[in-house]
Write a protein that binds this ligand. Structure first.
Ligand code: NAD
Length: 264
């Protein structure tokens, strides 16, 4: 894959640490020759993201809180100044109040519903809106989603509703931007132990359930999500848009617990 992303410039949003899905994707893109910029949320994360970016040869590390329009504008203005043009973006961002990622969906508050939709759904549209202007030679936009959008998963609650809306927005954005050669896709990743995931109730049990029940009898790694992202972000995926691509060891195709699963 050494030449796959040669000459391509992309923005990675949502890197928190080396466990982040964004890190698996960033590494795969850098290995394939892409030039990367990173955005981080809040000063505390700058100390983490700076050295990680540097290790991939990137010195473009910019703050962005996607809940703030001015902050998004400032990020894209800085990128326009540095690069002028952009080839791809990765949006690996989601957020909900931890206290509502357990218990019942029906108890979701209006405030957390609005915040979860704003940060986890609208923010993708907001960044694609800005990226479109810089993708003058076409481009590829990618977001991250989860099976809880399609089926009820324990504790996922308002995030499941948000991911369903995110997946629908991928399709609408794909149609809007297709005329300009810009593709928009999502990866539905299997469960991975990250900072965000640790906020979800019974996450370890959900990981084990995936291991026992997925066709590949295991969970997936950041690196595997990275490899699939490379396909969607590079020319290998040139005819793929509006797609929700599952990278979940096949978990989503199984309708019944496998008979060889041990008693859990
Ligand atoms: P992570 O904690 O490493 O990344 C989440 C990122 O979101 C962090 O970098 C955080 O700073 C960022 N973020 C939150 N609010 C923000 C805001 N207002 N502005 C800017 N950034 C903000 O966890 P992750 O699991 O790598 O999550 C990345 C994406 O993958 C999320 O959309 C998540 O829902 C999705 N996903 C995760 C899993 C999993 O099992 N870990 C599975 C499927 C999908």
């Amino acid at each position: 894959t050494a030449q796959l992303m040669e000459g391509k410039r992309g923005l990675i949003m949502g890197l928190a640490n080396d466990k982040s899905i964004a890190w698996g994707i960033a590494k795969a893109c850098a290995d394939a020759g892409a030039e990367l910029a990173f955005s981080y949320q809040g000063e505390a994360l700058k100390k983490r993201v700076g050295p990680l970016a540097e290790s991939l040869g990137s010195d473009i590390v910019l703050p962005c809180d996607v809940g703030d329009e001015d902050s998004i504008d400032a990020l894209f203005a800085a990128l326009e100044e540095k690069w002028g043009k952009l080839d791809f973006i990765v949006h690996a961002i989601g957020f909900s109040d931890k206290s509502e990622l357990r218990g019942r969906y029906v108890d979701t508050t209006r405030g957390n519903f609005q915040m979860s939709m704003d940060i986890s759904v609208y923010s993708f549209t907001a960044v694609v809106q800005r990226a479109e202007k810089l993708m003058t030679d076409g481009g590829s936009c990618l977001t991250l989603t989860y099976y809880g959008a399609e089926k009820v998963m324990p504790h996922y609650n308002v995030m499941g509703v948000a991911k369903a809306a995110l997946e629908a927005s991928v399709r609408y954005l794909a149609e809007d931007l297709g005329k300009n050669g810009i593709r928009v896709n999502a990866i539905s990743a299997g469960t991975i132990k990250t900072l965000a995931a640790s906020g979800i109730g019974d996450f370890r049990l959900i990981m084990r359930w995936n291991e026992y029940n997925s066709p590949l009898r295991r969970t997936v790694t950041q690196e595997e999500v990275g490899k699939s992202a490379l396909y969607l972000l590079s020319d290998l995926g040139s005819a793929v848009t509006g797609e929700v691509h599952h990278v979940d060891a096949g978990y989503h195709v199984v309708g019944m617990k496998a008979v060889d699963a041990p008693d859990i």
